[in-house]
Ligand binder design. Sequence first.
Ligand SMILES: Cc1cc2nc3c(=O)[nH]c(=O)nc-3n(C[C@H](O)[C@H](O)[C@H](O)COP(=O)(O)OP(=O)(O)OC[C@H]3O[C@@H](n4cnc5c(N)ncnc54)[C@H](O)[C@@H]3O)c2cc1C
Length: 395
Amino acid sequence: MAIVVGSGAGGGTIAKELAARGHDVLLIEKGPAIEEKDAHRFYANVDAGVKLMRACCLGGTTMVSAGNGMRCLEAELRDLGIDLTREFAEAEEELGVRELPDEVLGEGTRRLMDAARRLGFPVFKMPKFIDPRRCWRDGLCGFGCPAAARWSAVRFVEEAVKNGATVVTEREVEALLTRHGEVCGVRCEGQEIADDLVVLAAGALETPRLLAGLGLPTSPLFVDTFATIGGVCPGIGFNLDIPMGAYVPCCEGLLLPHYARQLLTLLRERGRRVGPGDILGMMVKIRDDDGGLVGETVTKGVTVRDAHLLTGGASVAGAILEEAGADSSTFVTAPLRGSHPGGTARIGVSVDTNLETEVGGLYVADASVLPAAPGAPPILTIVALAKYAARRMER
Ligand SMILES: Cc1cc2nc3c(=O)[nH]c(=O)nc-3n(C[C@H](O)[C@H](O)[C@H](O)COP(=O)(O)OP(=O)(O)OC[C@H]3O[C@@H](n4cnc5c(N)ncnc54)[C@H](O)[C@@H]3O)c2cc1C
């Protein structure tokens, strides 16, 4: 048997891969199984200084993703001896990663792309795991896709179930059990469940706590800190665009077309008469310094370097927004957030290159193992790493 803790990008993939290889999989998920359109009700954000975003439900944070399917950290992982060429190709195929046709991207996104090009910046279309034929173009990816047009880890969980996996939801794993240096199960709401193969995929804010309970080493948190900047552009209808349909590499991270409801609130607080369709915005996302800590509480601040990158990115984003037609006298910035918590159980610190800890049979396969802040969407890399590790878990 194999116990998988958590059903997000990492856990969903491990469950599918192990079940397909004939393992008797028990997947334990803290959150409930939900309808995709309700995912926004299951955000379990953590205010750590920077506000950290995640979702706790079957499918984990993939249930609120923007469908961005970029390869990241490929070179860093290769330097560590992990070549994901095969796994990335498989993941792209299975998630259906593709560029979306121009007509699907929306007027605001097209304007921002054109404006960035006119100002001399390189602009790329974002590879997406969104099926353009099913997409309703309602801009609701971050709330939970009502059209189920975007891949989520629930699809992998469903495949695991077809191959015999058992899924238990609304049950929290509280501790890991070991005997003579080997894992021997988990404690889940007072009940001990025995197994000699346990894969932790509870996300970067929970996995290190479970490891620390065994006295295993953990590492500092990064989150890809971001700010969203926006201003008034009457009637643009950008709130309905697929978010982040394109990107501009900048300031050790990315600039991305992005509508945030906080922009509307901030503009109204300043007395602007605007509706959701009157705002153009961009996200400045950086490869932040990894100074965060996950202990009893979670803390994550902003270093001088982070601040430098964020202000540099903000000035470029402001120039692009203005060139695209947003009124620069109205610009506002939403509070700093981080939607890619990771690095808290890194390869080389908490796990080896097979993603196994020093406790035999105990693996980690989620964003915790990433060796550095990606400054880019990590789902595809987490899926590829989980596939890679599953191939090495023959017990
Ligand atoms: C709004 C938003 C949009 C995003 N968009 C993108 C995007 O477009 N592309 C991209 O690449 N990335 C995106 N991300 C980031 C991406 O979703 C995460 O990096 C990724 O899902 C992390 O995968 P994971 O397996 O580490 O954790 P998660 O996907 O968060 O899964 C962890 C799971 O473990 C469960 N769990 C936690 N503790 C326990 C426990 N003790 N017992 C049992 N279960 C437990 C949780 O409930 C959760 O379901 C986005 C993030 C956010 C917040």
